[in-house]
Design a protein around this ligand. Structure first.
Ligand SMILES: [Zn+2]
Length: 444
């Protein structure tokens, strides 16, 4: 049996999971622990994760997926599990369904710990020791972001008949009893019914969309999508130069906030230091702060955000808040074969870290650095099998995002292969069309 526990901060997930693990022999899989342990394992995946964290970058969802997969594939057969902190998106929910199916198992139920917000505020205020992000205004925003993220996931499980709502403001021992009953009920495949109040809560959770803009927005607000090795960074620079727009990449944003020791930077770093994922609401607030700066008032090129539909909705909300909207989304398309060709040729000097490429920037002497004569090596990140895993996961994650923007009528696609000059020209033309006739731009 496999169940997942979902709930906002302060819902008491941690306590319940330990109780369940102990009394019902459910093996706990807690995402935070997974990331912390993996980083120490010395596996390629663990090393890469640590590298992301140390460079002040977000650990991509596809890595998290790969780690969860590794754990499930190494569990002794017949292990009953309880998941905490995963899945966070519908894409991850589908991934988990596919993975378990492949292992001849299934996710039996998803238990949502429903707690009134007043109770959460009370609990968090009493938390000892208090955390830096426990302040009421931050908490309010965090809960808002959580609801937006969790809503589609709950819908996915509701639609597939696996959602269980548990009122988690009940006393702990009562809650444990209910969960125990539930686990036993599940083993004979009996799902509890929803009360009217539960259905009303779900209904309310699932509908909250921003209203239409008050005034038209003349700025050129561009989002650039592209997989690893697509050349997205280079193309973003061309666009920024061509249209005099700031290049806003999440990697830079993180590094900058951490370097300047802003509140958000320190907050993000506190997660990274604990080896945890930086929560979406922190990233979203960094993006929001950056987008409202004067140099972005005529537009921007956003790179590395959004990565998920939930983040795309967040971006809509952020822009709506400053009476703006996404003008256009350019998807830089490169075939998997080409990406493997580009990435697997990379070599780095072991002594001075100078980058080379077997196709595009050959070293003068095979296997040796032009500058210092040091030996060249291939990073784990650039090995074909790692690239293929990343690509598979990237596609799975990006498909819904592309569909989201296509449905919104703001998507255009540019082929990122072949002559560099031609790619650059196609990018500039796509952006120009968005600047002049946004309607026509998406018809291409
Ligand atoms: Zn060198």
């Amino acid at each position: 049996m496999n169940i997942a526990l979902l709930g906002p901060t302060g819902a008491g997930k941690g306590t319940l999971i330990s109780a369940l693990a102990e009394k019902n022999k459910l093996h706990p899989i807690t995402l935070g622990d997974v990331l912390r342990q993996k980083a120490n394992y010395g596996t390629a995946l663990g090393l890469l994760t640590r590298e992301y964290v140390q460079n002040g970058e977000l650990v991509p969802d596809e890595f998290v997926d790969a780690m969860v997969e590794e754990i499930f594939r190494h569990l002794p057969p017949g292990t009953n599990t309880i998941l905490d902190g995963f899945p966070r998106t519908v894409t991850q929910a589908r991934f988990l369904d596919d993975l378990l199916l492949d292992l001849g198992q299934k996710l039996d139920a998803v238990v949502y710990l429903h707690v009134p917000e007043a109770v959460i505020f009370q609990r968090v205020a009493q938390r000892q020791p208090p955390r830096q992000d426990d302040e009421p205004h931050i908490l309010r925003h965090r809960l808002h972001v959580f609801r937006r993220m969790v809503a589609p996931v709950l819908k996915h499980y509701y639609d597939t008949g696996r959602l269980v709502l548990l009122h988690a403001d009940a006393p702990a021992h009562q809650l444990e009893m209910q969960l125990k009953d539930l686990v036993q009920g599940l083993s004979v495949s009996r799902h509890p019914e929803f009360s009217e109040a539960d259905l009303a809560f779900l209904d309310q959770l699932l509908k909250s969309k921003p209203a239409a803009l008050v005034q038209p927005d003349p700025a050129l607000n561009l989002v650039l999508l592209g997989g690893p090795g697509s050349g997205k960074g280079t193309q973003a620079e061309h666009l920024c130069k061509g249209f005099k727009l700031p290049h806003i990449s999440t990697g830079d944003l993180f590094r900058d906030n951490i370097k300047r020791q802003t509140d958000l930077g320190r907050l993000a770093k506190s997660y990274m230091d604990r080896g945890e994922l930086v929560p979406d609401d922190v990233t979203e607030r960094m993006v929001a702060t950056r987008l409202s700066q004067p140099d972005a008032s005529h537009g921007f090129v956003l790179d590395g955000f959004p990565r998920t539909v939930s983040q795309a909705e967040a971006l809509d909300e952020i822009l709506h808040g400053i009476n703006r909207k996404t003008t256009g989304v350019i998807h830089l398309q490169v075939s998997d074969e080409e990406i493997v060709r580009r990435l697997s040729g990379r070599r780095i000097c072991r002594q001075c870290q100078a980058p080379f490429h077997l196709l595009f920037k050959k070293p003068r002497r095979e296997g040796l650095c032009n500058h210092c004569g040091g030996p060249l090596y291939q990073r784990d990140d650039d090995k074909e099998e790692t690239i293929l895993v990343r690509l598979k996961n990237y596609h799975r994650q990006t498909k819904p995002l592309i569909a989201y923007y296509r449905d919104a009528g703001v998507l255009t696609e540019v082929r990122g292969e072949g002559d560099m000059g031609a790619i650059r020209a196609a990018m500039l033309a796509a952006a120009k069309l968005f600047a002049e006739e946004p309607e026509a731009a998406t018809q291409v």
